[in-house]
Design a protein around this ligand. Sequence first.
Ligand code: DOR
Ligand code: ZN
Length: 345
Amino acid sequence: MSSDALTLTRPDDWHLHVRDGAAMAAVVPHTARQFGRAIIMPNLRPPVTTAAQALDYRARIQATVPAGVDFQPLMVLYLTDNTPPEEVARARAAGVVAFKLYPAGATTNSDAGVTDIRKCYATLEAMQREGLLLLVHGEVTDPAVDVFDREAVYIDQVLIPLRRDFPGLKIVFEHITTKEAAEYVAAADALTGATITAHHLLYNRNAIFTGGLRPHYYCLPVLKRELHREALVKAATSGSPKFFLGTDSAPHPAHLKEHAAACAGCYTALHAMELYAQAFDRAGALDRLEGFASFYGADFYGLPRNAGTITLKREAWTLPESLAFGDAQLKPLGAGETLDWRFVG
Ligand code: DOR
Ligand code: ZN
């Protein structure tokens, strides 16, 4: 492999928001261009809580994939206090692969989320039995807990007891942002994995405050201090199969990001593999990118690895300032800045 071109097995995105309607039509082609599959987050309004809704949503997503592009959305149901255990078998029959646990109030459209995990135990039993994964947004929502500590506190308060009570359940700790989370996952059993975003590998929390308040760098869980970013880079580039790619690309209209109560979420689907290549390159670990991006997630989910390849070239290019997003505008993370790597197909 030359250091100026990188050819990888086609990667997958194990954590993605595509929204719905015209907004979805604007973003799905970006993901479909780079990735073979993506785990589709169910936090629509109203959320995707039933197998029937997931089938409808999948069909709407598929209708936005450009002709001739081989891309498969993998569907996830939104877990609520009231998800009946019977929904799990229906989900499996529909090809749904996982449930997403949002603690109520933790993030965008999480009002219908779980207020107390114990309310979900019968449904979690069914998931463990049927082989569906549990994807966790791991932050406590107690306003008394500092926003930068919410992930670490969640490990002790929720994840450790959950892991103990469901030893056969596959759990993905989504978009981890701290050294504590990276260490917890590295030391956990083989049924515990984690996704890591490109932005948490590239930026620390200073990015939110550089030269003024920078809302495009605001996401949840929020960027943390440098020592945490370093721990995430170490985990992602370690070659451990427990850590895999999940962009958490989360598009919001620019006017709702540049707002007094800015929405959380970074749009990275346009340039996802370029961002990950940059992070791995800076760590001197480009040889570890393929495992992280293309192998370990599929292996963890028990799905085949993709056929086919993609190629990235070391070639400077400048990100557009904004993209069309239905009737609104969408600003990619780092809009107007120059990237070192370019996806060429
Ligand atoms: O920053 C985020 N944006 N974090 C989430 O958990 C949700 C996401 C969204 O849907 O906008
Ligand atoms: Zn997300």
